[in-house]
Design a protein around this ligand. Sequence first.
Ligand code: ADP
Ligand code: MG
Length: 719
Amino acid sequence: MSGITTKSLKLTAGLDQCPSIGPRRRTRLERRGILNILDLLYSFPFRYEDRRVRVTISDLREGTETGLLATVRSIRKKVVPKLKAPVIEAEIFDRTGEIPVVWFGQEYLLKQLSEGTQAFFFGKVEYSTFSRSLVLRSPVTERIDPEEGFRKSYHVGRIVPVYREEEGLSSAVFRKLVGDILRSLWGETFDPLPREIRREADLMDWFPAIVEMHFPKDTDRPLEELMLPSYPPRSRLIFEEFFLLEYLMTVRRRSILSMGRAWTLPPGGDPSLGHFERGLPFSLTEAQKRACGEILEDLSSSHPMNRFLLGDVGSGKTLVAAFAILQAIRQGRQAAFLAPTEILAQQHARTLAQVFLAVRPEEGKAVQPLLLSQAVRGMDRRRLLSALATGEQQLVVGTHALLEEGVPFHDLGMVVIDEQHKFGVAQRRALATKGQNPDVLVMTATPIPRSLALSYYGDLEISVIDELPPGRQPVATFVVNDSGEAFWKKKILPALRRKEQIFVVYPLIEESETVEAKNAVDAHRFLSALFPDYRIGLLTGRMDATEKESVMERFRRGDLDILVATTVIEVGVDVPNATIMVVENAERFGLAQLHQLRGRIGRGGLPGTFFLVPGAATGPEGRRRLEILEAHSDGFRVAEEDLRMRGPGEFMGVRQSGLPMFLLADLVRDMERLVLARSMASRFVEESAGKEGAAWELSGIEEFLRFRYRNVDQWLAIR
Ligand code: ADP
Ligand code: MG
């Protein structure tokens, strides 16, 4: 650990090496996830309190909270029979006057304070009807050491940090811990950001920034400004968070660029896109064409493709994926398409079969996808596996089953991953390593905001489909309070009479499959009784794959009018005749997920309606979230609002990714800084690559990343 310190106390030292932290306190800190000095320094206050001395006793006003420097005239303990703890009373004075002080409990003050002691008091001034005078009630009190003077205090006479109190650690204790450590590190010159970056982005150095985040310098600005991203120490640390993540992403991007590929398309003007489009019953949207063009470019470069296809629900990502797959197969290689659920895999297999039939070359046969999932067993499975091993089978569509070790490929050249957030990095890698540096295309069912794409998915190239195919019907969205009988008769029955189909969706309640199933079963019973003339189906997570598929198939064929389902239908199901969806307990869903559900309707020629029914206990905040969907139909907008409200952790697998979470940075608010940090990180890595002596600096950054974030190694590893 060469780089990370110049002081006797190493930043990476465990808490046990800190003289001021005993075993009990250490356990408490560790429970908060604070394992070393660096962790402690990065535990920032959530607000500040102004405990500067502003007034003298004669200025005191009732109802204010004030800091005061005064001398004790007298102090005593009073036992009040009714109270459990003794009352401590004192008189204090300065050159302008005097005032009584009372504390409840806090007997230790008798040891600290005596006649003539100078102390700092911070507390509330009240009017006592008993003594008919102003009194200072239970102030924070700290004796001033005449040698040191109160400026050296952590708790008083300054702007002080306030920390979250948990695990039996008070804010004051935490403050002192941090203060002592900062003192023993005083003059530290370590900095995880390279010097030229700091200079170029005009950033504070690391140690002063850390110090001032905890103990701000005296300032005339209002304290709220210390919480703003423009506060220089904060601004520096926000940039640092972005820079470090983007560093990680750049290193990954570069490692992929350094890999070779087994084949390349001839560069420029390939006729395949035109041929592909002529086979289809409709023309591609401009956005789809652009995405296909970007893929063609990837395929004619010297390194494997690593691309993220972003597009709103229904924007036609599958078709773009089909195009990519076809390119690999034309070159005699194999392709694998990974989907998170059985239903979705089946549907993709079906869709791809249709597309490949339509665009097949005049002579030669169409690419025929086969399905691999847990449900494919016995002879079928063995035959498929052997056809994949020999290369005879060109395309397989499957679930997690694809990732198993016993699924070998002859020459896997193209990997497509739908709903990539349902799979971890490790799983992505498990599939990619079945081939030799295959091309990888990942997709999500809902758009993610650009800031998220640039940060947590910053190792991928990005294609955006920002246009829906023509003729897409609008979906009106309503938050409704009650989905009782009247609602169904008024809002749903007319659609049933028009022979349109209805989805009713219940959230998957992970803690309780029983509750989940019960809700759906109850609704199924209720609707069956209400609409005896209509056919009502039930689909829950508990059913096995064949059962699920047969219910889905009946709904797809129109043999069911209403489908009551838990979120197993969440993704990708295509039923053009479905025009209404009712989502119960809608507050339990993420906005992105709801938007995705909304994309299931209005797919045929008919306009759709989307009803959100919040559970009875939903608060105003939860309702406001749902109203975002009422107001916005654009998935990118919805996603951004979702990110703003919930933060990246709750978003599309970010927490599961093992990537560092931002402590100070806000992806939506600080977007500009992110973009800057990204371009600087990538240029820095680029320029360092050829430079002598740069390796040391790079390894310093990586060491720091490891210590700050611990789990980044799988991200530093290639794919
Ligand atoms: P998603 O991006 O949500 O995965 P899909 O690929 O499932 O979207 O496409 C949604 C629907 O739109 C499908 O039925 C598909 O056939 C149709 N579609 C895709 N592209 C076009 C297009 N350019 N013109 C008309 N319909 C299209
Ligand atoms: Mg899709």
